[in-house]
Structures are given as C-alpha cells and as structure tokens.
Design a protein around this ligand. Structure first.
Ligand code: ADP
Ligand code: MG
Length: 487
C-alpha cells in the first residue's frame, strides 16, 4: 500500500503492511483520544485491534459483540473517516469480534506489536510509550465493562474532589474501596446524600482509580440503566447473558438506587446479582438519595443487605466547603475570580455543588468570552436569573417561628425585651438567619424584632458568626435551622 515494498517475499510484505498499519493506527488513536477524551478512549476504543486490509476495506477487531456493536454505533463513521484520511485507499471499516492477541490482530497505539522484519517504521512505532501488549492468558485485565456499563466522566476523580467536613467520611470510604476493594466492612459501600453533592463524582473516582491501577474490571451504571438493560435482556431473551456479564465483574457500581423503588422485578434481579457478587468476594458500591433504612419501598431483605457494609452519608455543603470548591474550580479554570465574588456565590447558592459549579462556569465563560475581569457587579449581572431563583422567599416571621420552636421559647419572646440568655440567644440566631436568608435591611429586621435598632441586629450577626466558629454543636443547630428554612 505504500511504496518501497516491492521485492519482499509474501511474509515480509504482510509484516511490513502490518507495521505500516500499526503506525497509521497509532496516529488515528491519538486523534481519537484527543477527540473523545482519555477515559472514553480507554473505555471503548483502546480494545480495538487492527486486522488485515482487503481491497478498500480494513477490518478492526473488538473482543466482544457488545463492544463491537457499541463502537460501530458510536464511532463507526468516524473510524471510517479517520482511516480514509490516513490511507486514502481505505474506504470502508469492517468491525468484527475477535479475541485480542489472536494471530491476525495488531494491537492499538499503546500496545503496538511490530513484527521482527520491518522498516524504519518500527522505530516510530516502538518509540511510543511502551505499555505491554495484553497477555492472552491474563484472565481479567483492567477494563470498564463497556458492554454493560456507562463510561466514566474523566473530570470526576479523587484529585478534583474537594474534601470538607460534610463529605470527608464518604470520601475516605470511597478511597478505601478504591485502594482495597472487597475488604470486609466496606462491602457494600453505600453512599447517600442529597442531589448534586458528589455521589456520582465519588463513584466515578473509584472507577477511575481502579482502572488506573489496572487490576480489576469495573461496571458502573445508574439504577435506571440497570433496569433498562434488564428489560431489554428479557425482551431479547438474553437474561442469562445479562446475568453472567454482571456477575463477572470485580466491582459493580449502581448509582441512584432510589430509582428502583416500586420496580419490583428489577429490584429482585438486583438483589440476586448483589448476593452473587458479594458471595463471590466482589465489591459493590451503591448510591442513593437516602440511607438504606429511609429508602422505604425497597424490599426489606435488600435494604438489610445494603446496610450491612459501610454506609456513608454526604451532608449538605457548608459555607467553608462551598468556598473551597469554588476556589479549586476557579483556579483550575485559570480565570482570576476575586475572593469577594467567591464569597458572594457561596452565600447565595447553597443548594448543591452542581448549581454552584454551574454558576461559576457561566461566570468563567463570560470572562473568557469578553475578556473582562470578573467583578461583583458583573457577577450579579451575568447570574441575574440564577440568583433570582435562589433568592430565598423565607419570611422573617417563618424564621422566628422555626427558631422559637427549635429552642422551645415563645414566639412573642422574639420581640420581647427579655434579655435572659435562653431567650436572647435564639433571638440573635433568628436575626442572623433573617440577614442571611432574606433581602431585608438591618433596620427592617430590627423593626420586626420588637423595634430594635439596626446595630443590635449587626451585633447579633457578628456574635452568632463567632459562636458558630467556636462551638460546633451550636453551628450545627444553626445550619440545621437554615436548611429547614431553605427547603
Ligand atoms: P450527585 O451524584 O450526588 O447528585 P454529582 O456527583 O453529580 O452529585 O456532583 C454534581 C457536580 O458537583 C459534579 O460536577 C461534581 O463534580 C461536583 N461536585 C460535587 N461535590 C464536589 C466536591 N466535593 N468537589 C468538587 N466537585 C464536586
Ligand atoms: Mg448522581
């Protein structure tokens, strides 16, 4: 296919063709990697091996039928285009199922096997990072079970996860499972917490870490996807295959398990898969929005088993964590975001990390697009709609009522002149929360608390802030109240 091959005998020519193809293929791989990202590439495309060229058609091999179908569906056209751009004589790509390492196949870029008798092509091929080619007898090499699983998001790693009080336990458990899957006491790992607090991030991080270590096969999917796969398997009468595949992984991660509530058949299937895997010493990681005991609607026996390993919750973010996350993400973006703006966002957007991230991303995109520095004014302008949606519509009366209930004092004491600590402290907390959660001015707030002066409100805010720093139990009380009022 390239010049200069005349005169070789048939074997040498075949070998030369292979090595030339290997070089083309490694270039295509580089482009694919750049286009789809490292993780997508590793998940789906790395397992491709290059077969022979027949006239204008090149054959590529994949190890399983599922993988073959998936790659054909997602990347078939792109592979055709890229091959054609590399080697104009190739106009079609044929995808076939074959075991890696089978005689006719050439491994991809990071495991190029080059026959002994070759040209200078060899130099180029072997000078790439020398990762050993997959060994045929190796029973399970590191892989995402791509035929079953959803790809992992490359952004969700342990490195990019910001650790703080609300998530440090869950983080530690996730790390532990990634380091030593299936250790007693950590199987299953059950992660739970509200939406947008990092459950999926941690699960992907576990997956990424295990794959980086290269020891195990990992399948990650949402409970919803699990259900669809299961139903599809029933329809196509391939439930046995589905079961076998699931039961062949080392680590199975199911995200958002609450989705299975009310889906009895799927739950049943999951229960059996779960048992089979745990009994075989494999690791299960599950996430949900509630703890096992609060997931009413799940079958009792499943609930019991889910609670048998390690249950770790991710709490709502604190101001400090929100600031750390914003700092980390701002610094990763390379755009300078003043501390004032970060504080403003951390105060305003308290619901979850996803929204916080969304707001910051929009700010950064604006800064990049218009080349203007990020200021507080620009922030208020750019995020106008988001901020409005987050403008809490809590009233001062509601705050007073909840706070009075919490500390068991009379509502009238919120405006009374009594100065006893048992009354004065809750009153200060109510003022503090009124400042935090409403857009009322200090004098307005003062008026609602028995016509007090705005300096009294100011003092209350300072005092409560100090106390929260000194006394974690008190801080927790205030945070709890805030959360109740915000929800
Ligand atoms: P959940 O699955 O709990 O709903 P996700 O894991 O999807 O939440 O997190 C939502 C977004 O917030 C993701 O982009 C994730 O990277 C980000 N995120 C959540 N927690 C953290 C954290 N502690 N550090 C960095 N990013 C985080
Ligand atoms: Mg999630």
């Amino acid at each position: 296919m390239t010049g200069g091959l005349e005169g070789y005998d048939a074997v040498a020519e075949a070998n030369a063709q292979k090595s030339v193809l290997a070089i083309h293929w490694s270039r295509i791989c580089e482009r694919l990697k750049a286009e789809v990202g490292e993780v997508e590439y590793r998940t789906w495309l790395r397992q491709i091996t290059v077969g022979p060229v027949d006239e204008d058609e090149i054959t590529l091999y994949l190890p399983t039928r599922f993988l073959r179908d998936w790659v054909r569906g997602q990347y078939g056209d792109r592979l055709g285009t890229l091959w054609n751009a590399e080697v104009p004589a190739i106009r079609r790509v044929e995808l076939q199922v074959a075991r890696p390492g089978s005689a006719s196949a050439t491994s991809p870029a990071d495991g190029v096997t080059v026959p002994a008798a070759t040209t200078e092509a060899r130099e180029e091929a072997v000078s790439r990072p020398a990762v050993p080619a997959p060994v045929a007898e190796e029973p399970r090499h590191a892989e995402v079970r791509s035929d079953l699983a959803a790809p992992l998001d490359p952004r969700f790693t342990f490195d990019t996860f910001v650790v703080g009080k609300p998530n440090e336990f869950a983080y530690a458990c996730a790390r532990r499972v990634a380091e030593r899957p299936s250790s007693p006491g950590f199987n299953p790992l059950f992660l739970y917490g509200g939406v947008g607090l990092g459950k999926t991030h941690l699960m992907h991080a576990i997956g990424a870490e295990l794959l980086r270590e290269g020891r195990v096969s990992v399948a990650y999917m949402s409970a919803e996807k699990f259900m669809y796969r299961f139903i599809a398997a029933i329809r196509s009468q391939s439930t046995m295959e589905f079961k076998e595949q699931l039961r062949s992984v080392d680590v199975l991660m199911i995200d958002d398990l609450q989705f299975l509530i009310g889906k009895d058949n799927t739950q049943e299937e999951f229960f059996h898969t779960f048992n089979a895997l745990v009994d075989a010493g494999r690791q299960i990681v599950v996430s949900a929005d509630k703890s096992p005991s609060d997931l009413s609607g799940l079958e009792d026996r499943l609930r019991t088993r889910l609670g048998c390993g390690m249950v770790a919750d991710i709490h709502a973010t604190t101001f400090e964590l929100r600031i750390s996350i914003l700092e980390a993400k701002a610094s990763a973006s390379g755009v300078v975001v003043p501390a004032k703006v970060l504080e403003f966002l951390a105060h305003k957007i308290t619901s979850n990390v996803r929204e916080l991230e969304g707001a910051l991303n929009r700010l950064i995109a604006h800064a990049n697009l218009f080349g203007r520095p990020v200021t507080l004014e620009a922030t208020q302008d750019v995020l106008h709609d988001i901020l409005k949606a987050h403008d809490r519509r809590v009233t001062i009366e509601e705050i007073q009522r909840k706070v009075a209930e919490h500390w068991n004092i009379r509502l009238t004491d919120m405006s009374s002149a009594r100065r006893a600590r048992a009354v004065a402290r809750p009153r200060q907390v109510a003022m503090y929360l009124a400042k935090q959660l409403t857009s009322r001015s200090l004098p307005e707030i003062g008026r609602k608390f028995g016509n007090r002066d705005h300096t009294t409100v100011m003092h209350a805010v300072t005092r409560v802030t100090e106390l929260m720093e000194q006394d974690p139990a008190f801080a927790e009380d205030v945070e709890l109240l805030r959360r109740m009022l915000e929800s």
